[in-house]
Design a protein around this ligand. Structure first.
Ligand SMILES: *Cc1c(COP(=O)(O)O)cnc(C)c1O
Length: 423
């Protein structure tokens, strides 16, 4: 399926949701099969030795890919399902290129490791996903790379002060963001970050900006369009969408993704044919799933916001115009999404009581699936974050996170209502 169709002299540019049915695949490649088959093979036969040599040169970037892309070599390096999925995923973010990974963490670790060197610093927003926090606060320290943390409340000037205090000018490799943040929905101004990266870049080195877009993307937020260099996903969440696969993705310019892919080839952190095939299937319903979850979440958030046992609801659709976060929301988000966190009136015990009283909604980590899931960030997804930092960034003991699914909204509200009645 091509992006552009021509009828007479008129061109028709197909919408992303239409392209999800087949973009990047042609039935004549596979005996007329409407759907791209699963290429469950580890290796590919070269027509002759010279082809083999040229394919390796393409994979190593010393030869430009031919008309049909780089030749197929070996499924750690490339595979038809992987490549077709990658091309299809570029559509939403209008990215030049994409690399798909075995998990969101595989995408994040591989990307970070490509762009840092010993002695470097990474500026990172907080809070971030627990695994990302471990990578940035603990693992990269082993390689003498340090993190400078900031939150939604900090201005560009304040972040620059932190950089100077850490003696990190000219040593910044990356700015890594999660916006909206997991689990608080805090927003970071992308335009401010692009300015900051410009200020911190040197003639020798451009500071790379990367956004974990798992919460709103790829339908409701497109950081690349705001000047961000790389967008990352846990494809386990909305892209996969059925809580049955683990995968990740990184998108950006051809130049940057070629570097990320080079690292992936060596780490072996790519996704496999079966998973990539399932993700192509998931993409066909991505927009309708995200839209339905978004509609449900609004109803659920309104219900929670009025509930006497709830102190505060963190949901983008409830931001007030006087809140500085509202202006950021208007600039860079297309919808509030379907992630809600809320503070119950009480402590950890009260919050656990609510979780344990749910009858339809499962108590499980992960998010973005068709079914609603609830969890306790401080004790579960963010338990690895230092307690001090949890407190500073609002991951309190009475906070619960709800990933709103595509069930009937009335059933989700009924379940929340009866669970809250127990406290
Ligand atoms: C789940 C998640 C990750 C990690 O993804 P995996 O697929 O579990 O490795 C990263 N970032 C965010 C925001 C997430 O929700």
């Amino acid at each position: 399926m091509d992006k552009e169709l021509i009828s007479g002299r008129k061109k028709r540019l197909l919408k992303p949701e239409t392209l999800m049915m087949g973009y990047g695949y042609k039935p004549e490649w596979s005996e007329g099969a409407v759907k791209c088959p699963i290429f469950q093979t580890s290796t590919f036969v070269f027509k002759n030795a010279r082809d083999g040599k040229e394919y390796f040169e393409m994979a190593q970037g010393v030869r430009k890919p031919g008309e049909h892309g780089a030749g197929l070599i070996y499924s750690r390096i490339n595979n038809p399902d992987l490549e077709i999925l990658e091309n299809r995923l570029t559509v939403w973010d209008e990215a030049e290129a994409c690399a798909v990974f075995a998990s969101g963490m595989a995408a994040i670790t591989t990307t970070v490791m490509e762009f840092v060197q010993p002695g470097d610093f990474i500026i990172t927003s907080e809070p971030v996903y627990g695994g990302t926090d471990s990578l940035l606060e603990h693992i990269i320290k082993k390689f003498n790379v340090r993190a400078i943390d900031f939150g939604a409340k900090h201005t560009k000037e304040q972040i620059l002060q932190m950089v100077d205090q850490a003696d990190a000018r000219n040593k910044i490799a990356m700015i890594f963001l999660e916006t909206p943040a997991n689990p608080t929905n805090d927003l970071i101004d992308l335009q401010m970050i692009v300015d900051l990266a410009e200020t911190l870049s040197t003639p020798q080195r451009k500071v790379i900006t990367a956004v974990d877009n798992t919460f709103l993307g790829p339908v409701f937020q497109h950081p690349l369009k705001h000047g961000i260099d790389l967008v990352l996903y846990s494809a386990t969440k909305y892209i996969g969408g059925h809580s049955d696969v683990v995968a990740g993705a990184c998108l950006g310019s051809k130049e940057l993704i070629t570097r990320v892919r080079g690292m992936r080839n060596i780490f072996g952190s790519m996704s496999d044919p079966w998973t990539t095939w399932l993700l192509m299937r998931s993409l066909e319903t991505l927009k309708m799933r995200m839209e339905k979850a978004n509609t449900n979440a609004k109803l659920v958030a309104d219900f929670l916001n009025k509930h006497p046992k709830i102190k505060k609801v963190h949901y983008l659709g409830l931001l007030k115009e006087y809140d500085p976060q509202y202006a950021i929301y208007k600039k860079q988000c297309l919808a509030p999404g379907a992630m809600i966190s809320f503070e119950v009136d009480g402590n950890e015990e009260t919050a656990f009581k609510v979780l344990d009283s749910l009858k339809m909604i499962h108590v499980a980590v992960s998010l973005g699936g068709t079914e609603s899931l609830a969890e306790h960030p401080a004790a579960m997804t963010h338990s690895g974050v230092e307690p001090e930092k949890r407190k500073e960034f609002g991951i309190t003991d009475n906070l619960l996170r709800l990933s709103v699914g595509v069930e009937a909204a009335e059933d989700i509200i009924w379940d929340m209502d009866q669970a809250l009645a127990t406290i």
